[in-house]
Design a binder for this molecule. Structure first.
Ligand code: KIV
Ligand code: ZN
Length: 380
């Protein structure tokens, strides 16, 4: 695999589905998994098989259905979890077990009542046990973002020696700043002697709104897998959003990284997940939000109508959004009003347009947004 290819690991059906109220039934999960495959994700984390009989069945059904992508199941470093994941993934063409344990002192002490030494032992055991079922084993060092760096290096080296093909270093609490993420991943590349035998993965939460920035920083320091969700859904403030990473790497080709994502499926996938999960996408969400390609102020509308690139760095069609939108409000100018009227078949000379514009502003102050029906009323 070329060293600039970023593996897209989608965890919408696992971390994303943990969001209260976002639970899907088996058929819905299969529908999402098929769409993720169409979108071009490399790895689908289908669920946490030990967590419930329903999740076990769904992971199994996805393993039966998915043809190209790797199908992954999450486990703790426990025998019963790994047994359940192995059973659920049995029919997968490319199965992966994702096992792991807490790596920060706060987790070691307050979650596991354990010691660093015992954590390394348990992690190594879990990787070796998972390896007895599947070749592809990913290890997660939970809360790696707050873990002691020397200890994290030791743990990383030990699980790679045990056979981990991927080491996931999650910023579970969304704590780090981008430059800190870069320094930490660089440190691991300099200090873990077998690190090139495994892929390093980013799994960042968005508690401070930095998940995407931290993921990009991790890539720049050497990570080659990113764990993301559609619309950035996930525990608390969510995970890194798939569409943001895909389009950052696409727009900034100068960074030199590529993914297997076909951007034209980004918006349809966002809609599908939002509808099935009943989780609306915020209007100003990058790439897929309702306002991501909507222009509403007079200065922007005038510039956009002269040349789209004045105010757009991507074509909406490229990410599956049907078109840009000119939204008419009391901040809109004459150019946008004239444009919208001409689409409705009305062409006015300047003096007449000026009069209509004056009435338009009064109406827009009252109604906030002006739709085609309002315009017809205005000129009718
Ligand atoms: O955020 C996290 O640390 C996780 C792990 C289970 C991978 O979701
Ligand atoms: Zn997570």
């Amino acid at each position: 695999m070329s060293n600039n290819r970023i593996q897209i690991f989608d965890t919408t059906l696992r971390d994303g589905e943990q969001v209260p109220g976002c639970q899907l039934n088996k058929e819905e999960k299969i529908e999402v998994a098929k769409q993720l495959e169409l979108l071009g994700v490399d790895i689908i984390e289908a669920g946490f098989p030990i967590s419930s009989p329903g999740d076990f069945d769904a992971v199994k059904a996805i393993a039966d259905t998915v043809k190209e992508a790797t199908v992954c199941g999450l486990t703790r470093s426990k025998k019963e979890d790994i047994d359940a994941a192995a059973a659920a993934l049995k029919s997968a063409k490319r199965p992966r077990i994702h096992t792991g344990i807490g790596a920060s002192d706060v987790h070691i002490k307050h979650k596991f009542n354990s010691t660093r030494e015992k954590i390394v032992e348990q992690g190594v055991w879990a990787v070796k046990y998972a390896k007895s079922f599947v070749e592809d084993v990913e290890f997660f060092a939970e809360d790696a973002g707050r873990a002691d760096l020397e200890f994290l290096a030791k743990l990383t080296e030990a699980v790679i020696d045990a056979g981990a093909t991927v080491v996931n270093l999650p910023d579970t609490t969304g704590y780090l700043l981008p430059h800190q993420m870069h320094q930490r991943i660089s440190y691991l590349y300099e200090n873990v002697k077998n690190i090139h035998k495994a892929t390093i993965s980013m799994h960042n939460h968005n508690d401070l709104g930095l998940a995407t920035a931290n993921t990009i920083a991790g890539i720049e320091a050497g990570a080659r897998q990113v764990e993301v969700t559609i619309n950035g859904i996930g525990e608390r403030a969510g995970n890194t959003s798939l569409e943001e990473i895909a389009m950052i790497l696409n727009v900034h080709k100068d960074l030199g990284f590529v993914t297997g994502i076909n951007p034209k499926y980004l918006y349809p996938t966002s809609l599908l997940v939002s509808n099935l999960m009943g989780m609306p996408v915020q209007a100003n969400k990058a790439i897929v939000g309702a306002n991501a390609f909507a222009h509403s102020s007079g200065i922007h509308q005038d510039g956009f109508l002269k040349h789209a690139q004045n105010y757009e760095i991507m074509n909406p069609e490229d990410v599956g959004v049907p078109s840009s939108a000119i939204v008419l409000t009391s901040r809109s100018g004459r150019a946008a009003l004239r444009h919208r009227l001409s689409l409705l078949g009305f062409d006015f000379e300047k003096p007449e347009l000026d009069k209509i514009y004056t009435r338009f502003l009064i109406m827009a102050d009252e109604r906030k947004m002006i739709h085609d029906e309002d315009l017809k009323e205005l000129v009718g």
